[in-house]
Structure formats: C-alpha cells, structure tokens
Unconditional design. Sequence first.
Length: 274
Amino acid sequence: MSPAILLVLAVSFYPVLFAVRRSLYATRYMDLGKFIGLGNYAQFLGRGAGWDNIVNSLVYTGASLCVALPLGFVLALILNQSLPCRAAIRTVLILPWIVSQTIVALLWGWLLNPNYGPVSYLAGAWFLRRLDIYGTPEWAMVGVVLANVWQSYAFPMVLLLAALQTIPPEVVEAARVDGASVWSTFWRITVPLVRPTFLITAIMLTLHYFNMVTLVFTLTGGGPVGATETLSVRVFNEAFVFHNLGFASMVGVIIFLLNLIFSLSYIRVLQGKP
C-alpha cells in the first residue's frame, strides 16, 4: 500500500499543508514575505466582500442542489419505466453532462445575451423589454444556477437510476399485492432504498458545486458588482489576476474547511446520527 499512500500524501495532504503555511504570510507573487499569522483571515472576514463570497457560494450550491437533485430523481423515475426508445432518451438527457463547463458557459451566455440572444429577443417581442440576466445583480445568480443545473442534472439522474434498478421487483409486487397504493409504495419502499445513494450524490454534487470555477468565471467573472463571485472564483482572481497567492491560499483553506464540514454533516446523516 506504500505507493498508493505516498501518492495520496503527495497530491492531497501536501498541497493542503502548503496552502495553510502560505496563508499565514504576506506574499509577493510566489515569494513569501513577512509572517502575519491570521492577518489574511482577519482581513477577509472583517470586510463585507468576504462574507458576500461565502453567501454567494452557499446560495449557488444550495440553489443548484435544490433543483438538480429533484430534477435528476424525477427523470430517473421516468426512465425506470418501460418507455419506447428509452436508450435514445437516456443518451439525449445525459449529453449536457459530457459537455465541458466552458462550452456550457458560452452556450448560456449566447442564449441570454441581451443584444442578440434568442431568449432576450423573444422577451423583447412578447414583453417589449429585452432581458439582461447576467448584467443585473439581482438576476445574475439565477442565470448561473440555471446553466449549472442544465449541465449537471444528468449526474444525479444516472446514479439514482442505477439505485432504482437495484430495488428487487418482488418487494414492490408484494407491496401492491398487500394493497399498498402507488404513493405509499413510493414513500415506504422506493425512497428508503435509494436514500443512501441520494445522500452520497448530494455529497458529491455539493463538493463539485462549491469548488466550481470555470462555469461561473466564464459566464460572469464574478460580476456584476460581485453578485456571483463565489469563494472559488475569489481564489482564482486573487491568485491569477492579482497574484496575491497568500490571500488566495487563505481563501482556499476556508473552502477546504467548509468542504470538510459539509462532508462530515452528510456522513452523520448517512449513518443516521442527529
């Protein structure tokens, strides 16, 4: 097991320790400067922009989960039935997941473009007012979440469909013979049996959404006026735009701690602990 352990230490634990150490220093590009302890953390949490980044990340992750998970589950339930051309339908539904985040961002940026986008054109034709989703602070997050859900709903759909297909048909048939309704069978048999897969999918999507950079950065760059600047986008901007690697490492450490909290919370729920 030594090679595998060394590989995990090299690609997982060492970068975390490296980021923690660098977050405690003032930096100039890659050079360590003066040791400032928790100065970067105090600066980040002492300003409204830092808390706005945290709130934006939580809103982006929570809203995406609340839409993508139920949508994926509903589609999985539909695809679990005997449908004509079911294989073709599955293939079409899974296509957004295999498209890169950059392509998805460019596609949705074109669809919702206020000048030449088809959605904005139709809104202007029907309501005499063009839409500028990504240029409006109140609506930019909604547009980003919609693009993210469209790209990622297939992931929970596939996992939950696989879980549904592992349910023994004899159990469902026995419940129906005993007089259980379709609704009762769904809540008392289907939901409990797919619950572990549902929670594991929620963990994976939470970490995926919370650490996502490419889609948000390509669509809005964190704007307008910081309305969509999540923690991960803030890390990218601080590190590769402003070259403030110490501050970026500090934000990365905060993301790591929040991911750890999310994972432990999900695991407790998965184990049935309060």
